[in-house]
Design a protein around this ligand. Structure first.
Ligand SMILES: Cc1cc2nc3c(=O)[nH]c(=O)nc-3n(C[C@H](O)[C@H](O)[C@H](O)COP(=O)(O)OP(=O)(O)OC[C@H]3O[C@@H](n4cnc5c(N)ncnc54)[C@H](O)[C@@H]3O)c2cc1C
Length: 447
């Protein structure tokens, strides 16, 4: 019974939320049960502002756990949801931390002198530096694209600023010492900081080190329709990665995994075949444009598998509906290939939007899979040829209504496409009375 409960993703998810709330609200409990060592002359607003500062700091420290790609957490929510949570909680933490000095200044305007950087005590200087780092994190994250900061330098900067914000914030809290005066409280906070630091070391050093021990070699680069190249990898000196169809991995090519220049790609091959892993990569930018020139024998490293966009989580369903747009076909192709290899007999419907008939990635391969599966494919073309008599334009409610089963709740729906199409399809499915719990999304634009 216990192990059954622990396998339920909903229960595990709720347990993680509970753990998060306990850790984040822990500073408040300390304040409640062990009020400050000397509270003479301390107003309610002062206490309140300190509480906000502590909660904000604990939330910031927890961001390291959220972004450390801990498999257990990832498997409960999926990377999309975790990153959304990371973004929103960072903003809440930012507001709490900013409110801390603002309330302090309003409550006691004399404390404004603490902003005089040169003359202020070092604990106040630490607070100023931590707050500036935090402001820089928020600005460069929200407006990264507008500020023209490429993803990789931004990621390095983001990590450095986060360490400064949490490290200096903690230094400030220890320096003020009113609440952390007791030895064990200081130990507790240092413990939280050390865990955050360990997570950083784990992501930047330990994980890459493990990846280095399990390299892959490029076997081939195969051109596909739609400006896509299939990168075929073979494990070198190990058994390869276990994955569920529809999941993804972070790929590092040619360079050491310590360089942290990795990109996420869905596996586009069968999950039954772990010693030959393929990725279907569309050329859209600096890294993906180089795939076509990668030579066989090139070293590659994988961090994975990640993601909850997989048919394996819904084994009891009566069938699947897949809705793909362009390169969003890759995880769905992996699912369909795997189901074919497993001789699955359930009805599968693929609604696949592409620009032109020539652009349809894996067109022939999908057609062939119809021989092995109960698979219906509906191609939707934005620029159809003159003799095209099938679906055209965009995937909307009317189109979906024509194809999805009369009892829509009997299927699970997997959508991977560009953000606009995903939003439109999600709303349309909702209007067609598909339960939200049956709809699964994979976003490619997570950053
Ligand atoms: C879960 C997931 C699965 C994906 N699966 C596939 C797939 O199967 N096939 C495919 O062609 N594409 C896939 N992508 C998209 C792919 O990761 C990006 O197209 C690729 O990283 C772009 O890199 P670039 O340097 O060529 O382009 P750039 O022009 O540098 O970037 C284009 C955009 O891609 C995103 N991006 C760039 N670098 C990274 C990075 N290191 N990490 C995360 N996002 C980044 C950013 O939003 C950026 O604005 C997937 C993305 C995610 C999140």
């Amino acid at each position: 019974m216990r192990s059954l409960l622990m396998k339920n993703p909903l229960i595990i998810g709720l347990l993680w939320i509970g753990a998060y709330l306990i850790i984040v609200l822990f500073p408040l409990l300390i304040l409640l049960f062990y009020p400050p060592t000397s509270n003479e002359g301390r107003s309610f607003w002062l206490e309140f502002s300190v509480a906000l500062g502590f909660i904000g700091l604990a939330m910031m420290a927890m961001q390291f756990a959220l972004t450390a790609r801990i498999n257990n957490i990832e498997a409960s929510y999926g990377i999309d949801l975790i990153l959304q949570f990371h973004r929103y909680t960072s903003i809440v933490a930012f507001i709490f931390i900013l409110a801390h000095p603002i309330i302090l200044f309003i409550d006691n305007p004399q404390t404004l002198q603490l902003l005089n950087f040169l003359q202020a005590p070092w604990r106040a200087r630490l607070a100023v530096i931590a707050t500036l780092a935090l402001i820089a994190i928020v600005v460069t994250s929200i407006w990264r694209k507008r500020l023209n900061i490429p993803y990789e330098p931004w990621r390095i900067l983001h990590g450095i600023l986060a360490v400064i914000a949490v490290g200096f914030g903690l230094g400030h809290a220890l320096g003020v010492s009113n609440y952390l005066g007791l030895f064990w409280k200081a130990v507790l906070w240092i413990g939280i900081a050390l865990v955050a630091l360990w997570l950083l070391i784990y992501v930047r050093l330990v994980k890459p080190w493990f990846m280095l021990k399990k390299p892959y070699l490029v076997e081939a680069v195969i051109p596909q329709r739609g400006n896509v190249w299939n990168l075929v990898l073979r494990p070198f000196g190990h058994e390869g990665m276990n994955f569920q169809p529809g999941q993804f991995a972070w790929l590092t090519l040619e360079i050491s995994p310590f360089r942290m220049r990795e990109h996420p790609f869905s596996m586009a091959s069968s999950a039954e075949n772990r010693d030959r892993i393929e990725f279907g990569i569309k050329a859209v930018g600096d890294f993906t444009n180089t795939i076509k020139d990668v030579k066989p024998g090139t070293k590659a490293y994988l961090d994975g598998a990640y993601g909850v966009f997989t048919s394996d989580r819904y084994e009891d369903t009566a069938g699947f509906v897949f809705i793909a747009g362009g390169i969003g076909i890759t995880p769905i192709f992996s699912i369909i290939l795997t189901l074919a290899e497993r001789q699955d007999e359930r009805p599968l419907l693929l609604i696949y939007a592409s620009k032109t008939w020539e652009d349809i990635t894996y067109r022939e391969e999908l057609e062939e899979l119809k021989q092995k599966l109960d698979l219906t494919i509906v191609h939707v073309l934005r620029e159809p040829p003159d003799d095209w008599s099938q679906e055209t334009g965009y995937v909307d409610k009317e189109l979906l209504k024509r194809y999805i089963p009369k009892r829509p709740a009997t299927r699970n729906y997997f959508i991977c496409a560009n953000p606009k199409m995903m939003d439109a399809v999600e709303v349309a499915l909702y209007e067609l009375e598909v339960p939200v719990t049956n709809v699964h999304l994979e976003h490619y634009n997570i950053v």
